[in-house]
Write a protein that binds this ligand. Sequence first.
Ligand SMILES: [Zn+2]
Length: 439
Amino acid sequence: MPKKCIVILLDGIGDRSYARYGNRTPLQAAETPNLDRLSTLGCNGLYHAGKLGQPLPSELAHFTMFGYEQDAFPGRGALEALGADIPLEPDDVAVLAHFVHLKNEEGRLKLGYDRMCGDNNEIETYCKTVAEYEVDDVTIRFHPTKRMFGVVTLHGEVAPCFTDSNPMVDGRWLSDVVPLDSHRGDARCVRAAGALKKYLAWAYRQLEATEVNKIRERQGLPSINGIVTQRAGQLGSVQSFRERHGLTGLSIASGVMYRGLAHYLGMDFERAVDSGDHAFDISSRIRRAIDKFDDYDFIHVHTKAPDQAAHTKSPDAKRKVIEAIDTGLGMVIDELLADPELLVVVTADHSTPSCGDMIHSGEPVPMTFVGQGVRKDKVHYYDEIAVATGCLGYPRGDEFMHLVLNYLDRGRLKGIRDSASSQLFWPGDYRPFILPGEE
Ligand SMILES: [Zn+2]
């Protein structure tokens, strides 16, 4: 039976059907002989990390796939902070933030332009201008991460259950920063929301007054005069991936958030670079993983490329990216299939539609398992429609890790209690029975 697992995660590969493809999806329309070969060899199904129809962000979908309940999710802001090595105490709140152009219409702020790009000198000025602010016994700091993006941290008696200010679409009003209804009575959320709102108002006035913005205005450019925020989080503590599943985990990915998530779950992380050559990127990541199986039992190999292509709202761009990934897979597929101890999984975290206004969508994604002992069905194509007839069925949420442990022969017969902590694998990390007096 397989002893180790590689999860090749094609971010956002699921999509909708388009007339230009004869009412097929970009994945159906793409030429993917290598993905199809894996489907032919394996067990296929349609997976959703949450509830059917529910669009999930990558971070929450991954957290669930790795075997954790959504309620325990620490929030993307906290994971980005962790991934970017921003100092964060366990009780601090971290919020994603970036600079934008705001319009002030009689005191109401509207998102003017989201996709702004200042030069290095301007960005340095903006970051310095809003770097630190104190109000209501809360210290607020802006930590730059990449170009116009950063993380805002709140230090004090604070909690993260409050609204985003970022409306996400140009021309929409900014949302007020208020505690969620479910946390109106929580003084820490009330304090955090109030302090962040004051900071954002202060930042707007400070940024408006900077010399670099006055120069931009003279040049006829929109000023970069505001910060919008979203997805507040707070690090709690969580059982490590190793303790929960008995597997030593590694994540190979390019995004800072994946680094934060890996660190949060006690998995190792190796940063991959997105070169633009999607075939090279995926094949080199898989090769790196193959070389690491002496040290790890579970390796997550991630590519963001299909998701990013879908966000350009071009089904053709996505189809081409999928074909390039398939070419890359073809460079390493024989090595993957040659190892009898390896369980190969190809799947995605969510669907990302190449048309329409939604950011992600709620359709399930293809999931294929290949390995010794895995039931082989009659599916021959890796796509959203063909896999639906496979014998894996429709797994959901944390069932994914149960399936992995099952195929690795490590599944725990429910009810067996060999260790005091909650462990999904068997035999667990249990204490040996030592006769009293002999310890
Ligand atoms: Zn994703």
